[in-house]
Ligand binder design. Structure first.
Ligand code: GDP
Length: 623
């Protein structure tokens, strides 16, 4: 059928749909004769990304024409194959007087939360992804260089490696991917952005120096991320090396060597000389084998951004690490808030490749904008879908209030829905004595249904690292008799992390207890949600006065409370008795639409009255 005739078709099928009361394919006329009064079905509009008018008709069991007509009444001309965005679909559901739901499992604008089932037969082992962590000067960079050099010697490409943020090495036919930024800052930054890139942490501890503050931090980070660890006791070539002391000190931190009955493998190496580095690689592969990391190279790729930059000649580029699937030249991906059509891919040897499978890092050219390290990516159908998703996400990011997650004692538990809620804390204190005391008292607080867990407890001021760990673990920071440096405070603020300072222990305990208990008895408050102006009134005998209104801002819900104001004075406060769009009951009407409202037990409504709506919402607990 030529496009133009669609509208003619609309009218015809509109009539037919009316007769059928549904989008019946056959026997419509018969149905009409048998059940002339058949009501329209009230199936909810379950929205999935990229849904077309025809799809909506199908899930709501209505005629395509009904949908087109409803959209026309909303001021939108649409054909049956036109895709409808989420907001319009919500308004449409309202217009049709049916419930609106989003199928979260298919919501591509939140693609990080999508779950893809892989056929178990398609799963194959994938290479482990490693981050090297440890105290400064213990040899992390040297180790990364030594391992990278083994690759270069192995490879046919000679000495040129390209710093793309990660590289892979081969060990007896198996690959291992190393993230090229040592230390826990990058690791935690990624995790704070929701990207668990690392599979295994290699903890480097210098045998001549032992466990140091950043060693402890690294352990906390690895544990918080649930990452298995391999300990590389480094610098064993040094005359004052004392590996046994390192073992002892790590045991005191809860990291017990496998030959002492623990479950953490220890390898004794010299990163500088290359001693036992092969053994370290072997150990990593053994741990990976036990963990059974698997992926499906047959599916479309998803994964993470490792690093990104604006290249002078190539434009926005990013190193992507494929988590699952195979990324191919020409693929269209959404990535963070931006998107890309993959024009070129380079591996860590600066060699152009056409495909990148699971755990493989590739530098990718073709982005519309520079993504951020830690952003996730996903291959989508086409440019149109990518553009649409990117647009929605950019708008969402702009509307910061919606997306920024604030972690504070007051609303710690708000987003936790399990029966046992968890209060996670990071403790920083002035002395080891006070740190132990604070930790001990917090762990003793006993409120039913809430578990307290101390993510990290140490001596010293609050650092940016603590903030990152707090963000990644959704913990609050308690500073006892210590301060956070000014720039750390700003950093914490920008990340939405609360630092609570105390110098009296009972006050600290009191606060936490109160927050935990307060949480169990939520406080409710009325919040203004919208306003409407009365444009007309209709008196209906035995029913009352219906106010024909235009919602001027926010929204009104059927369950809203209403305040009738006239010339700036409140003349009545009560509840809404009915809310209608045309003849149908509506759950919600947004700004820009008109509706009919009846106020419960109040008929003296007049043209020009302003209705102010409130809804009852749970508020954060008072201290
Ligand atoms: P990072 O800060 O942890 O990245 O440490 P680096 O890799 O920069 O190493 C710090 C210093 O320790 C450098 O001078 C290295 O040459 C030295 N170093 C690293 N590994 C070894 C080793 O196995 N043996 C010896 N003797 N020195 C090492």
């Amino acid at each position: 059928m030529p496009k133009k005739q669609n509208y003619g078709g609309v009218k015809k099928s509109d009539l037919k749909a009316k007769a059928n009361g549904a989008n019946n394919k056959k026997g419509g006329d018969n149905n009409f004769q048998r059940r002339p009064q058949a009501p329209l079905p009230k199936l909810p509009l379950v929205y999935v990304d990229q849904m077309t008018v025809a799809d909506i008709a199908s899930v709501t069991k209505r005629g395509v024409a009904d949908i087109i007509k409803a959209l026309m009444e909303m001021g939108m001309l649409a054909s049956q194959n036109q895709s409808i965005d989420r907001d319009t679909a919500e308004l449409l559901a309202n217009e049709l007087g049916i419930e609106f739901k989003v199928d979260e499992t298919k919501d591509y604008t939140n693609f990080e939360n999508l779950k893809f089932e892989d056929n178990p037969e398609d799963l194959v082992p994938r290479s482990p992804v490693i981050t090297i962590m440890g105290h400064v000067d213990h040899g992390k960079t040297t180790l990364l260089d030594t391992i990278r050099n083994t690759r270069v010697v192995d490879s046919e490409f000679g000495g040129i490696t390209q710093g793309i943020g990660a590289y892979t090495v081969n060990k007896d036919g198996q690959s291992i991917t190393f993230i090229d930024t040592p230390g826990h800052a990058a690791f935690t930054e990624m995790r704070a952005r929701g990207a668990q890139v690392t599979d295994i942490v290699v903890l480097v501890v210098a045998a001549d120096d032992g466990v140091m503050p950043q060693t402890r931090e690294a352990i906390d980070h690895a544990k918080a991320a649930n990452c298995p660890m391999v300990v590389a006791v480094n610098k064993i070539d040094r005359p004052n090396a004392n590996p046994d002391r390192v073992k002892q000190e790590l045991a005191e931190c809860g990291v017990l060597a496998d030959d002492w009955g623990g479950d953490t493998p220890f390898v004794y190496i010299s990163a500088l000389r290359g001693t036992n580095v092969e053994e370290l690689l072997q150990t990593i592969l053994t741990v990976a084998e036990l963990q059974e990391y698997k992926a499906n190279p047959k599916r479309e790729a998803n994964g993470f951004v490792i690093e990104s930059k604006l290249d002078k000649t190539k434009g926005p580029t990013a190193t992507l690490l494929v988590k699952n699937g195979t990324l191919k030249m020409g693929d269209i991906i959404v990535c963070g808030d931006t998107w890309a059509k993959i024009r070129a891919m380079y591996n860590d040897l600066n060699k152009q490749v056409r495909e990148a499978g699971p755990s493989m890092p590739v530098s990718v050219v073709g982005f519309v904008d520079v993504p951020v390290a830690g952003d996730q990516f996903l291959v989508v159908k086409d440019e149109r879908q990518a553009r649409q998703i990117s647009e929605t996400r950019t708008n969402r990011t702009k509307n910061k209030n919606q997306s920024s997650k604030v972690i504070s004692l007051e609303d710690m538990f708000k987003n936790q829905d399990s029966d046992t809620k968890e209060l996670k804390v990071i403790i920083k204190a002035d002395t080891s004595g006070s740190q132990e005391a604070v930790k001990g008292s917090i762990e003793k607080i006993d409120v039913d249904g809430i578990k307290v867990s101390v993510v990290r407890s140490s001596v010293g001021p609050v650092t940016e690292n603590d903030v990152l760990l707090a963000q990644a673990s959704e913990a609050i920071i308690i500073a006892f008799n210590v301060q956070a440096l000014a720039n750390t405070k700003d950093f914490a603020k920008s990340r939405g992390i609360e630092i609570r300072s105390y110098n009296i222990i009972y006050k600290l305990i009191e606060d936490i207890e109160a927050a935990m208990k307060g949480m169990l008895a939520p406080v409710y408050e009325d919040k203004t949600c919208g306003e409407a102006e009365v444009r007309e009134t209709f008196k209906v005998s035995k029913v009352g006065t219906i106010a024909g209104c235009m919602v001027t801002n926010g929204f009104v819900r059927r369950v809203s409370n209403v305040m009738v104001t006239r010339e700036g004075k409140t003349v009545y406060t009560g509840r809404i008795a009915s809310l209608k769009r045309f003849k149908d009951d509506a759950k919600e009407v947004k700004a820009g639409y008109d509706c009919g409202i009846m106020v419960e037990n109040f008929n003296d409504i007049k043209v020009g009255d302003i209705l102010v709506f409130t809804i009852t919402e749970e508020v954060t607990n008072e201290e």
